[in-house]
Design a protein. Sequence first.
Lengths: 298, 452
Amino acid sequence: MSTYRTINPRVRRPSSVAKPRKSIGLTIAMGLFLAYALVPLGWLAINATKTQPDLFSGSGLAFGDSFALWDNIVQTFAYNDGIFLRWLGNTLLYVVVGAGGATLLATLAGYGLAKYAVPGRKAYFAVVLGAIAVPGTALAVPTFLLFSQLGMTNTPWAIIVPSLISPFGLYLIWVYTLESVPKELLEAARMDGASELRIFLTISVKLLTPGIVTVALFAIVATWNNYFLPLIMLSDPDWYPLTVGLNQWSQQASGVAAEPIFNLVLTGSLLTIVPIVAIFIVLQRFWQSGLSAGSVKG
Amino acid sequence: MTNLKRRTILAGIPAALTTILAGIPAALTTGALAACGSSTEEAAAGKPADLDAALEKGGKLTYWTWTPSGEDQAKAFMDQYPNVEVEVVNAGTATDEYTALQNAVAAGSGAPDVAQIEYYALQQFSLSDSLVDLTQYGFADLEDQYTASTWGAVNLGGIYGLPQDSGPMVMLYNQAVFDEFGIEVPTTWDEYVAAAQALHAADPGKYLTNDAGDPGFAQPLMWQAGGHPYTVDGTDVKIDLQDEGTRRWADMWNQMLEPGLLAPISTWSDDWWKALSDGTVSSLIIGAWMPGILEGSVPDGAGDWRVAPVPSYDGSPATAENGGSAQSVLKQSKDPALAAAFLRWLNSSEESVDVFLGSGGFPSTTADLTSEEFLSVAPEYFGGQKINEVLVAASENVVPGFEYLPYQVYANSVFPDTVGTAYTELSDLNAGLTAWQETLVTYGESQGFKVN
């Protein structure tokens, strides 16, 4: 594996990779996978350009008679006194405080557990591993009952506090620290008289950056897409994140006072995924280097 | 989770959620039933004169509703009573709101002062001691203002709400499609089934109507057929989903379902709206509130749709209530007299009902139903037909005496798992109804009811 890291591009790839065999089967499988991933996105992009009546006539995979994307965007932001913007702000709040906090806590705890002698470390390790196996959805109802006893339902804290805990992030930083922060380096720094905090901030954090970004990326995506927890925690639309808000718009198409606004649901969905796609594209290079850096050591 | 096939994913998630959550608050509130002795005492202290005093004094209220005119009604109220501030919150449509409401009741805080609750769900909330009995504020005097069927829906051994709207069932049909295929407007269910066969045979892409298994539709149809599947007396509950009337409906609907004459499209799904637009589905058996929605949201059907009474079994007119809501005052309200005063204004004052009617709602107040102005409306969308004459006639033909379960929200949430299989397999509805009954009996007993 270490050949990947050598600088000379001519010897960068083993010959079997430099002259790859063409595999029709694999190409078809890749194509199917690509279509599987892209068709729903394409459908969303196409249908976000249609007016409500246009959505009900003609094929879902072709453009309609009108091109109303801009109108839809304006309407989405204006509908119901601009509640969409409020939901966007809420989502950002939950992501910045919740996912940001989760990353911070996971980094501190993971690093600490990896580099310091903590009593009961093995038991802690087992608990964290076990916690990774429990899906958040299964905990949502008990969490709700707990928060309702604390009187914290229907507040932003009901979303932020549960988001702060990321056992997977902690585990990842823990393992990553063992791999990428050499003990010798820390010892050298200590010899030079650096405090533990300074060592952490100036040396370890830099070495851990790819791992931290990875954890942040996971936490951001999880918080951005969080649906079930806010759905049961919140009843005031002023605190909804985008996911729950869009569902409310979608549900508006049913019942005695039905007012379908599918065009706004679709445009809103499209607008909702734009930031998360952008974050992913910007941060993915850190992530890639993080994954490969983990593999060269050893 | 076979029902997921028939639903959009978005619609499936809240349904599954309600199933999970429905059990928790209900279990908690059974405890509340036993512990509520003191709250009834203090509630009984209210009197009619309190309402005007409360309006004078003023205060702040929270009102949960998904009615489109809710915001405008609240504004009109605040113009009239400047001391009162009403915050309108859309906490979700129907079951989404009930989940939030049950959560707030279970949590002991966070409930609004006034909330919109559909008639079928009202008993569930009144029996779990979440609602204020409005009798103490003299609401019994308001009875004359409402149709018999809507008053019956809020008068549950106490007045637990005030009717906002009503939904006597009628038949909407697409005249253009009927003309194209030479179909006469059916007046009996036998004719309706025959028309469905003729239409689907002439064009397999077209259906007379759709039904993918919807408890909010099936139960009004049982009601219309003379079924009384539920009898409730305090905590004694009797469930018989095979009584004469219910079987009558199931046997008739089997003739539609088993040969595949029902379009397998969920009502309210995006597919459904599309099917109404392009003529795939050419008639609806639905509440009287639907014409306004059709006109507002299916512009392609302009001029094509008409209204007729629901087909009957024996030639004599009979219908049922489909949908419709009341507003209720929650026990958690810090100022129940003010909340009741707002509610009285909301659903019985002319100023408020006018705003509601202006948004296309269908009233529950007899004065509005019988007014010359209302009856003479002849929308172009319905080819100039005086549709309200048909709708109001329906409101007078509602079969009396139908009751819902005290855990109807839960019951509806498990309908897809039991009766729903008959819809996916195109098999006998009676088998599905029997399975549903078993689930409901078991659940009721686990909640402390004496069932069957």
